[in-house]
Ligand binder design. Sequence first.
Ligand SMILES: [Mg+2]
Length: 376
Amino acid sequence: MSVIKEVEVIPLRIPFVRPFKLSRGYVGRPGQPGEHIYVKLVTSDGEVGWGEARPMHTWMYETMESVYTSIKRYLAPILIGKEPYDLSRIHEEMDKVLTPVVSSGQPFAKSAVDIALHDLIGKLVGLPLHRLIGGKTRDYVEMSALISGDPESISEYAREMLRKGFRCFKLKIMGDVDEDCKCIRALRDSIGDGGQIWLDANQAYSSLRLAWLLKEIKDVGNIICIEQPVPTTDFHGLRRIARMSPIPIAVDESLFSHYDLLKLITMEALDALVLKVAKSGIRNSLKIYYLAEAGGIDCLGSGMTESGVGFTASIHLYSVVKMVAPVDTNGPQFLSDLLVRGIEIEGPRVKVPDKPGLGIKVDESKIEEYRVTLEI
Ligand SMILES: [Mg+2]
């Protein structure tokens, strides 16, 4: 019997090669590295499973310190002595010790553990992660390009990514109608009719100001959705927007679990949702996905500038479930290093790994290079 005997929690800071700004500020830029937590599970027979959290406290309440202590002090003791196959029991116990009262109860920490367990299970049974959750429906997952900045830098970067073969462009908008219009038009002019535009406001608008924006951009024909226009607390604003907007409305920060989705479906407050392994892990993403299917809600896939572990877990999930647009798994665009070997990326296409578990090899010398000590 293969049981978990060691849980290592590793805080890392990985440099950014280009700035990434959203409406709530920078999540990383050159000189301001991204914060990551790697989880390493070791079994009694020496197998290793890897997970990753990418805490981003300006986006969601978990910090690098809280993810570290949540896993080390509260989740790790649950894992010790258990078989990785005991996913249901482990999740039940994780929800008992970190109660899902607000959101899913430290979801980033739990997601890192969930990824590591899936990696382990795959390695133990000799199957790639995607086959554990239904099997891939395609060999490659197509990515979109994530863009933020001023109109000039948006144009320049959009053209560069268009040349590389990207056809969907996710633009961060900041909540200022005039400035956002300039950015949207700069992107539209750079990519022409051929590219899709996916807008993400990260909670920056109210329903009134979004109505003003919609009026200004009504001639821009290739916008596939506006993601998370209003604050997570504004469910009624979201519903008003979904009812009046000619552009479909997607939710991200308002939705971490299938419980959140049930509420949003009941309120008729969304047209699409954004899956993220970083916020829901593999197991809870699947729960969300199948409820969405029953509710007639389409899914988009996104990421949190994770490095190789979180990125690859996302690629496995997005190869199995239906996605309505190229996915926004943006780590490779922004990080100086993904810390793993075995990821094959060509332009916007990522090959779905077929080796057991995540199907990649974590470079432990890189872990040492980026490891930091937390003062707690
Ligand atoms: Mg988003």
